[in-house]
Design a protein around this ligand. Structure first.
Ligand SMILES: Cc1cc2nc3c(=O)[nH]c(=O)nc-3n(C[C@H](O)[C@H](O)[C@H](O)COP(=O)(O)OP(=O)(O)OC[C@H]3O[C@@H](n4cnc5c(N)ncnc54)[C@H](O)[C@@H]3O)c2cc1C
Length: 431
């Protein structure tokens, strides 16, 4: 290990912060991590509440493709990956089918997107190219996908970024980490501790006072941490809220840039049933047993659901994202369950009472109400590339920003993006 006396405070112990801390400590920096919650992992957090038979992912769950940093860390940690398999089913207008999401006009959509010379929002693009009523189904599908997958608002999401995403998406390769993402995060924490990284949990940072020689980071409990550098990895949604952290002196241009990024909402509905009832050839279920059910897409109020297939588990996870998840604010857990039961009754063709009678355990996680996340993940707006460029420039080689929202590659909004952004800052500090 090289000796480097530089002291660095890392704010936030999510994927970006914890990997920064690990790598910097390996490079001999003296690292302190300040985390508002009581645990590492941030938006990648696995729990096992009472009643559940196995751990559940409250936030990140999948590795969306053969992503190099995540996969190499999983290997280093000695963890196993489970390839996501199974069939996709749909229920639209009451009809159960295995048909594809983007029906016949997909090629035309991509052709028009590729011909686009200047970036506009995907909403504006649809209006311009596909406003005719014969494209109603296509418009509905695009909007459902942008809101549901990217947790984005169509009026702000960049058509260029979506074009890039849809051209490069490897729809086949998806994985889960056996035992959950927290296993990986806890491994990274353990490695940090081996290198004497100091962790302070339940420490919410409120103020950063800085000049060219020194940074003073003040927390809600009025403790002050002194360092030469500070890396801020807290979520974009938290930074977009007014006065989360007061900077003295202010860094106005960075905060103007933060407002230009898109940040979406997600509500996750985790329901464990007494058995995998969807596998039975029940007459209510149109006589179709969904034995290999993976994903279920629908026009229900909670539209997307998935099983843990091929793992033998009766967990069924619902997903509500984008503007509809934002509207969901302040609903109680019970109200959430009622909505989920209604959606599942429609999807499976049972009564709500029957669905309720099959439930073993349940939990609803609304990320917009999490005060240290204030939403789920970023999405690219038309202004995002410029804003990100501004944000990844260190302020006087003292203040650095990292996290999923600052990653410039195609995997935006993911754990891989958070890791990648953390590594970029580590390389800058090494130079
Ligand atoms: C519901 C959901 C599902 C997702 N699904 C996937 C998926 O399947 N695959 C995937 O790759 N990604 C997924 N993501 C995205 C992924 O979780 C994030 O991109 C990634 O975990 C972000 O890491 P980060 O380090 O940038 O931020 P975070 O993990 O949010 O870490 C930031 C940390 O800062 C802390 N903090 C906040 N404010 C303060 C403060 N004032 N002082 C001190 N600490 C503070 C927070 O508590 C947090 O621990 C999902 C996210 C959500 C919410």
């Amino acid at each position: 290990m090289t000796i480097n006396k530089t002291r660095v405070v890392v704010i936030g112990a999510g994927a970006a912060g914890i990997l920064c801390a690990k790598k910097l400590s390996e490079n001999g920096f003296s690292v302190t991590v300040l985390e508002a919650k009581a645990f590492v992992g941030g938006r990648a957090h696995t729990i096992q509440p009472e009643g559940f038979s196995y751990p559940i992912e409250t936030g990140a769950e999948f590795i969306h493709g053969d992503l190099p940093i995540t996969k190499s860390l999983v290997k280093e940690a000695g963890l196993s990956l489970i390839k996501v398999e199974g069939q996709s089913w749909h229920r639209h207008n009451g009809q159960l089918s295995t048909s594809q999401y983007f029906i016949k006009e997909w090629d035309l959509l991509m052709e028009k997107l590729q011909a686009l010379k200047h970036d506009i929002s995907i909403g504006e693009f649809l209006e311009k190219e596909f406003s005719d009523s014969r494209f109603d189904a296509l418009r509905r599908s695009v909007i459902a996908f942008v809101e549901g997958y990217d947790a984005a608002s169509v009026s702000r999401a960049s058509a260029f970024a979506l074009r890039e995403e849809w051209l490069n998406e490897d729809f086949d390769a998806q994985y889960r980490i056996e035992g959950g993402y927290s296993k990986l995060m806890n491994y990274l924490k353990m490695e940090c501790e081996k290198n004497s990284v100091s962790f302070s949990f339940s420490e919410e940072v409120k103020e950063i006072q800085w000049d060219k020689n020194q940074v003073l980071v003040r927390t809600k409990s009025d403790k002050v941490y002194e360092s030469e550098k500070v890396i801020i990895t807290i979520p974009i949604g938290v930074l977009q809220a007014k006065d989360t952290i007061v900077f003295k002196p202010e860094i106005k241009d960075r905060f103007e840039a933060i407002q230009k990024l898109g940040y979406g909402s997600v509500v996750k509905f985790l329901i464990e049933f007494k058995e995998k009832f969807w596998e039975s050839n029940d007459p209510f279920n149109d006589g179709v047993g969904l034995k290999k059910l993976g994903f279920f897409f629908s026009d229900a109020s909670i539209p997307t659901w998935w099983t843990q297939y091929p793992v033998n588990s009766a967990l069924f996870t619902g997903w509500l994202a984008g503007p509809k998840a934002e509207e969901y604010k302040f609903k109680s857990q019970e109200e959430g369950l009622a909505e989920a039961v209604k959606a599942l009754a429609y999807i499976f063709g049972y009564t709500e009472e029957v669905i309720r009678s099959k439930i073993k355990a349940w939990k609803i996680v609304n990320w917009t109400e999490d005060i240290y996340s204030k939403g789920a993940y970023t999405y690219a707006t038309v202004e995002a590339p410029q804003a990100r460029k501004q944000l990844i420039k260190p302020v006087n080689d003292i203040i650095y920003f990292a996290g999923e929202g600052l990653f410039e590659g195609p995997e935006g909004g993911t754990v891989e993006a958070a890791f990648g952004s953390g590594l970029k800052v580590v390389n800058e500090l090494k130079a």
